[in-house]
Design a binder for this molecule. Structure first.
Ligand SMILES: *Cc1c(COP(=O)(O)O)cnc(C)c1O
Length: 399
């Protein structure tokens, strides 16, 4: 951290993010092209409908869709896409939401897709005035259950692509889309965190939704891509519930620049740098008692590998969750990917590092593991207490 680091001016800790593109840590490192574009437009007047037209063309070019639209976030995109499926381009109906009157308002989603990305996906659907209709059970869903749930009240179906969803026995997207289309039900795919900007539309999505601030490294935004009629109906929601979720000119210009930069991004070079970071950590952990490190691919096929760090608590003298928590403390906090810590492992994600930070991560791992070995007692907080403490801590803000 340098003296000009805004974090030191604001009294914030210089966190190192090896957990992924997390909203709670600022999502991603925005590419310079997007920073420049946002700064350049902030002091200019511009006709927002025209700026959105430019964004639509850029999104269309990259996704292969007819049109595109920029929202405040992918979460907002889910709400506005559902709203569009309910109202179409009826301006009066748009102003009535979240009251849907006697319009179709049921939205189907597989039970195994009803996850939280920090907020419940089903709440983003309900926010538009829709009624959520779960399909199948948590750990299985079948095409006949989807077909059977469709009726004259069905407005849309939502499909989530994510490491959060149940990863077996769910309906594959091409089948899901075919069943929906047989009944003229539009399919909205939440692909917030996916690299592939074309695949889901090719697999049958009528609208594909992405976060602009995850792998694209743009400013906080959502991206909607799809058929022109549906995308127009999403755009028109800005005259209704979309107003409270509006996106500023700086974010629209910024995400256009991030999309342009994506076309020429040096993906191979980035992968090589990420692999080098993984190797630094493997070396740092080599021979440490109770620690096993393995490289694992991304669960939804994004071109990204992570380091899985398995912690045997008896030998390491610390549990995986305590180690993750201790790494996050102090003046050089390292935030790891710990959503599976109860299974005795966490991940190190190399996709959001500034140059050199991989060495700080290696040092911090060594530091905390040494400390645990030297402690009088093994560091093993019972998991139930660990979770309850964490839950209680949520309410501590702003103090
Ligand atoms: C991150 C995420 C979201 C939310 O995206 P935002 O742009 O942060 O609102 C929605 N769905 C999934 C699957 C996500 O990973």
């Amino acid at each position: 951290m340098t003296a000009t680091d805004i974090r030191s001016r604001l009294g914030l800790r210089p966190v190192i993010n090896v957990s992924g593109t997390m909203t709670s840590l600022g999502a991603s490192i925005v590419v310079p092209q997007a920073v420049e574009a946002a700064a350049a437009i902030l002091t200019q007047w511009t006709e927002i409908a025209d700026l959105h037209r430019v964004a639509s063309r850029t999104i269309a070019e990259l996704t292969g869709a007819e049109a595109g639209f920029v929202t405040a976030s992918c979460s907002a995109a889910i709400t506005l896409a559902v709203a569009a499926a309910i109202t179409g381009s009826d301006l009066y109906a748009i102003e009535q939401l979240p009251d849907t009157g006697d319009r179709r308002n049921e939205v189907l989603i597989q039970t195994g897709h009803m996850v939280s990305y920090g907020a419940p996906v089903e709440q983003a659907i309900r926010l538009a005035g829709a009624r959520v209709v779960p399909v199948g059970q948590a750990t299985s869903a079948h095409a006949y259950q989807l077909a059977g749930a469709i009726n004259e009240r069905t407005a849309a179906a939502v499909y989530v692509v994510s490491h959060h969803v149940v990863d077996y026995a769910q309906i594959p997207l091409p089948t899901f889309a075919r069943v929906c289309h047989e009944h003229s039900v539009p399919v909205i795919v939440d692909a917030a965190s996916e690299y592939d900007l074309r695949r889901f539309l090719a697999d049958g999505a009528d609208l594909a939704l992405y976060s602009g601030h995850k792998f694209l490294s743009g400013p906080t935004t959502g991206i909607v891509a799809g058929s022109k009629d549906l995308v127009r109906s999403v755009y028109l929601q800005n005259r209704g519930i979309g107003r409270g979720m509006k996106v500023g000119k700086e974010s629209i210009a910024g995400v256009i620049a991030a999309l342009e930069a994506w076309k020429t991004r040096d993906h191979d070079g980035i992968r090589a740098r990420e692999r080098a970071a993984l190797n630094v950590w493997i070396n740092a952990l080599d021979g440490r008692p109770g620690i096993a490190a393995t490289i694992v691919p991304d669960p939804t096929d994004n071109p990204l590998d992570r380091l899985k760090v398995a912690v045997a608590p008896e030998e390491a003298r610390i549990s995986a969750w305590d180690l993750a928590a201790r790494l996050a403390q102090g003046s050089r906090p390292v935030i790891v990917r710990d959503h599976e810590a109860e299974h005795g492992h966490f991940y190190l994600d190399p996709c959001n590092l500034h140059p050199g930070e991989e060495f700080v991560v290696a040092e911090r791992l060594g530091e905390e593991l040494d400390r645990a070995r030297l402690a009088n007692e093994p560091i093993m907080t019972p998991l139930d207490r660990f979770w309850l403490d964490r839950e209680a801590a949520i309410l501590n803000w702003p103090d």
